[in-house]
Design a binder for this molecule. Structure first.
Ligand SMILES: Cc1cc2nc3c(=O)[nH]c(=O)nc-3n(C[C@H](O)[C@H](O)[C@H](O)COP(=O)(O)OP(=O)(O)OC[C@H]3O[C@@H](n4cnc5c(N)ncnc54)[C@H](O)[C@@H]3O)c2cc1C
Length: 477
């Protein structure tokens, strides 16, 4: 029956394949004003896509960015409280204090400042029960000593500061579960710090070392250890994306609320049929740069090659969720951390909340939540995440009547960042998945950037763009 159904609609069954290999979409189907001819088409206008667009534009190349949402910024999200006018970043906040970052923010006249938090009151609770826990944190000296050892280890792999350039055979240490690795090198004192600075990667102790090192690499570890990280002085990272958006729109280089519906990628160039709010457009570009998470269901319109499909199928995902909540019953100046008395390094059980922290707006808190590792693109339904957050806050209130008031917490904003962290299993890493992934660069004039290719770290993505991806895109343009 199934075979018969497919035969009856043979033309439809094969349409995507035919489109993939057809050389050109007929121009006659598009009015002249709906045909966009550019050097580079960029898919996704988040951190890596926006940076690549501005960098290529500054180098004199013509570009067009196709962004699904009505704004640039991706995981960068800022809420501005209507009554106080206070902006709060509840997405990307911190950047490395380096030349690439400073030049980029300077270009848009967005000032940066050191990111140190100042003094906050904080408390540790087991969010499963609501009860306070007594956490042993390493002394500054012990933490410093562990950092020194970790930095010495990282220094053996300088190529990993630019990308996932793993020599073969992949060193066994990089494949170890991070928990075994810290025990082997006597650096368990870094675990709590990495767990909090590298959120959204689930159970850090079972994750292969290479996946932790992607974010907690040499640059971030040195910056963190020396308190050098920076943030925007006006606590509004979206300002950079707003300015980039205006610039790209006025240069006819941005299609917002738009998505590629079909494509042809060949050795001579790419063609994209894009659905936009003002109708279908045909983009003809010499090269294509894809920066969206490489999940098969998102890449369907690009008619993947078997080599691309083989790599992306293996990537594993985490969900990361953020929100601003009012009426938590927790005093404005108090940060509440989720820890456990009975687990290694007191790490909390996930899925769950990492922390409930002050955000500068009276009566409101930022809340950060993560799933465990999953093969699903969207590991937990948003309704479950929201329900769990509210139940957890109420549990904290009930268990600590002297400290927290009984209230009905309400979401001011909620954002799912799933799929968040895409990484590989140690088995696939050992078999060379990252070498296979990087070998895709340039195949059918398609180049790749974004967190899955480097790290959930904007500063490192901009470095990856500048040093690894864009030189390849620019070659021959
Ligand atoms: C809550 C949170 C806090 C973080 N804090 C920091 C931090 O302080 N510092 C830091 O360096 N990093 C931080 N990160 C990591 C951050 O994700 C990376 O820095 C960076 O944003 C990743 O960039 P990207 O380009 O890969 O993805 P994104 O920035 O998410 O960009 C991807 C873009 O592609 C678009 N898109 C998706 N599908 C399509 C499609 N089919 N067609 C067109 N467009 C599409 C999306 O809408 C999005 O705009 C944080 C992440 C989260 C979620």
């Amino acid at each position: 029956m199934r075979f018969a159904a497919c035969s009856a609609t043979l033309a439809l069954c094969w349409l995507p394949v035919a489109l993939a290999y057809s050389h050109h979409y007929g121009s006659s189907a598009f009015k002249t004003e709906d045909i966009i001819v550019r050097d580079v088409a960029i898919i996704g206008g988040g951190s890596s896509g926006t940076h690549a667009a501005i960098s290529l534009k500054d180098k004199g190349k013509s570009i067009v960015v196709v962004e699904k949402k009505a704004r640039l910024g991706g995981h960068t999200e800022t809420y501005t409280d209507p009554s106080t006018g206070i902006p709060v970043d509840y997405g990307v906040v911190f950047f490395h204090n380096n030349t690439i970052v400073k030049n980029y923010f300077n270009r848009f006249e967005v000032p940066l400042v050191n990111s140190s938090n100042g003094d906050l009151r904080s408390g540790d609770f087991d969010f499963r029960t609501g009860n306070p826990v007594n956490i042993t944190r390493p002394s500054p000296e012990a933490l410093g000593a562990a950092f020194v050892k970790y930095i010495a280890f990282l220094s053996q792999y300088p190529a990993l500061d630019s990308g996932l350039f793993l020599s073969t055979p992949v060193p066994d240490d990089l494949l170890l579960p991070f928990g075994e690795f810290v025990a082997k090198y006597g650096i368990g004192d870094v675990v709590q710090t990495f767990f909090t600075t590298n959120q959204g990667i689930g159970d850090i102790l079972t994750l292969p070392v290479i996946e932790v090192m992607r974010v907690n690499g040499l640059s971030l570890t040195l910056q963190g250890a020396s308190n050098s990280l920076v943030t925007t002085a006006r606590h509004n990272t979206s300002e950079l994306y707003g300015k980039a958006q205006n610039e790209l729109l006025s240069a006819d280089s941005l299609l917002l609320s738009s998505e590629v519906k079909s494509s042809s990628r060949t050795a001579t160039g790419v063609e994209l049929v894009v659905k936009t709010p003002s109708g279908k457009k045909l983009i003809r570009a010499k090269k294509l740069l894809i920066t969206i998470p490489p999940r098969l269901e998102f890449l369907h319109p690009f008619h993947l090659d078997h080599r691309e499909r083989a790599v992306f199928t293996k990537l594993i995902n985490f969900g990361y969720y953020t929100s601003i909540i009012k009426d938590t019953g927790i005093p404005d100046d108090v940060m509440v951390w989720n820890y456990a008395q009975d687990t290694p390094y007191n790490l909390p059980q996930l899925p769950g909340i990492y922390l409930i922290g002050p955000n500068g707006i009276p009566g409101m808190k930022n809340v950060y939540y993560s799933s465990q590792r999953s093969n699903a693109t969207f590991p937990i339904p948003d309704s479950n995440v929201k329900a769990d957050i509210v139940t957890t806050i109420k549990r904290l209130q009930a268990a600590n009547p002297g400290q927290f008031n009984k209230t009905d917490p309400e979401f001011v904003v909620y954002s799912s960042h799933a799929p968040f962290y895409l990484g590989a299993s140690p088995e696939d890493t050992k078999k060379g998945i990252y070498a296979e992934m990087y070998a895709l660069q340039g195949l059918r004039n398609t180049y790749w950037s974004g967190a899955a290719w480097r790290a959930q770290d904007s500063s490192m993505l901009w470095k990856f763009n500048e040093e690894v991806v864009l030189p390849q895109v620019l070659a021959g343009l």
